[in-house]
Write a protein that binds this ligand. Structure first.
Ligand SMILES: Cc1cc2nc3c(=O)[nH]c(=O)nc-3n(C[C@H](O)[C@H](O)[C@H](O)COP(=O)(O)OP(=O)(O)OC[C@H]3O[C@@H](n4cnc5c(N)ncnc54)[C@H](O)[C@@H]3O)c2cc1C
Length: 398
């Protein structure tokens, strides 16, 4: 989809995708597990930060890839994109897993006595080949290859025997693509909490092979015994957003959960005004904040041109700000792309009743992609994966 006005961040995402598409088939499948190092070209797309904040949407990525490759040839890449969709849907039905992680993180933060071991691990001073390099690479670049994330989490939990929730928190504070669902559930998966009893063990041979021999750490744990936790609550039904009345004049609210609002409101949506929330305090770390700051500037100009309405920035997502913005625009409806489980959803939830007290409705719009895929994230990924071809056909993509 071509954009009508220059927008550097979105343009970067589209150009990265265009550069990647030719190798999304066999080349990706064969090379995706190799982490050649931060300065070498890798087989992966490096699109994750753009997808995380939805400057580019999963549907666009899959559409472009399938315009060039058959689903069979690009199956591995399409499945990886859908891991993200799956994690988001899975957590949406189990929000207590997120709140339990936050509580566990705070408990370990206050109670774990070996703070020196945590500091050494975060500073890359454990003496473990590779692990120390990934800790420094993460802080410096805001990115780690997927395989490095798996090795790092495994060594953190099973070799260093550090609390998993503090490792997940370290990732959240430094990843540019830091995401409540993908990060928490991947750490849980490595630890044996997500698929009970099934853990991920990093080995010297695997690391040496898939880092092209750059690292061959010794002294790694030889077994990975699954961590345990009390049983989780039963999954809830996916929350049904308040219906959106397109005839009512509205204020558009854009958050860092979904910044390409133009592809959420296709057709005839008209807005009296828009607010883009920069969300600084709701992001975990400087790498993410820097990225979202640039994306916010980009989004303000795109939205103003696309929806032809005045757009302001807001630093804080509170009821007073939104009430003043809605009243200033003379509207009683605020519309925003759906915020999945995470800090933005956590900030919006308590505003609903305060806004209602002023006669203002907050409506969240779920993307068609999420609406179709999320209900299938009830069990493991393999059951979900079986549904992919049929749902892509429903979306007109395969
Ligand atoms: C311990 C751990 C923590 C992680 N934390 C995050 C996180 O906070 N945010 C995040 O976006 N991803 C996270 N991931 C998933 C994955 O590592 C990154 O999405 C991927 O490395 C991004 O690189 P890429 O864009 O080159 O991926 P590609 O291989 O090119 O994949 C394309 C897109 O698919 C999605 N994707 C690919 N693999 C996965 C996966 N395993 N899980 C979920 N989505 C995937 C991403 O959106 C990615 O941009 C984590 C993985 C692990 C093991």
């Amino acid at each position: 989809m071509a954009d009508p006005i220059p927008s550097p961040m979105r343009a970067m995402a589209l150009s990265r995708l265009a550069g990647f598409v030719p190798s999304a088939g066999q080349a990706y499948a064969a090379g995706r597990n190799t982490d050649p190092g931060p300065d070498e070209p890798a087989a992966v797309s490096a699109l994750s930060a753009y997808v995380r904040y939805r400057l580019i949407a999963e549907q666009e990525i899959v559409a472009d890839v399938l315009a060039r490759h058959s689903l069979e040839r690009a199956a591995k890449f399409v499945q990886e994109v859908l891991w993200r969709t799956y994690w988001k849907g899975w957590l949406e039905m189990r929000p207590a897993v997120w709140t339990r992680f936050l509580a566990e993180r705070d408990r370990q933060h206050d109670g774990f006595s070996d703070t020196g071991a945590i500091a050494a691990a975060e500073a890359g001073q454990t003496g473990i080949d590779g692990f120390d390099d990934w800790a420094r690479e993460l802080v410096a670049t805001g990115y780690l290859h997927n395989h490095a994330r798996m090795w790092f989490a495994s060594i953190w939990i099973f070799t260093l025997r550090l609390p998993w929730a503090l490792g997940a928190d370290f990732f959240l504070r430094h990843l540019t693509d830091a995401d409540a669902a993908s990060n928490t559930l991947s750490w849980r998966w490595v630890a044996g909490l997500q698929t009970p009893g099934k853990t991920y063990l990093a080995t010297t041979e695997n690391i040496a092979r898939y880092t092209n021999g750059r690292f061959a750490p010794t002294g790694l744990a030889r077994e990975a015994i699954a961590l345990r936790e009390p049983p989780a609550d039963a999954p809830r039904a996916l929350p049904e957003p308040v219906p959106y009345d397109a005839r009512q004049p509205s204020l558009l609210l854009v958050t860092s959960e979904d910044m390409h609002t133009e592809s959420v409101f296709l057709g005839t949506a008209t807005f009296k005004a828009a607010r883009v929330a920069s969300g600084g305090a709701l992001l975990w770390g400087d790498n993410a904040r820097r990225f979202v700051r640039a994306a916010t500037a980009d989004t303000v100009s795109r939205i103003a041109a696309h929806f032809d309405c005045p757009v302001d920035l807001t630093a804080i997502l509170d009821a007073q700000t939104l009430i003043a913005a809605a009243q200033g625009a003379g509207v009683r409806q605020i519309v925003t792309p759906y915020a999945p489980v995470g800090p933005i959803a956590g900030a919006l939830a308590p505003l609903v009743s305060e806004l209602a007290g002023q006669g203002i409705v907050l409506t969240q719009i779920r993307r068609d992609w999420d609406r179709r895929f999320w209900p299938h994230a009830t069990k493991g990924f393999f059951a979900f994966k079986d549904r992919i071809p049929a749902i892509l056909r429903e979306c007109g993509l395969a």
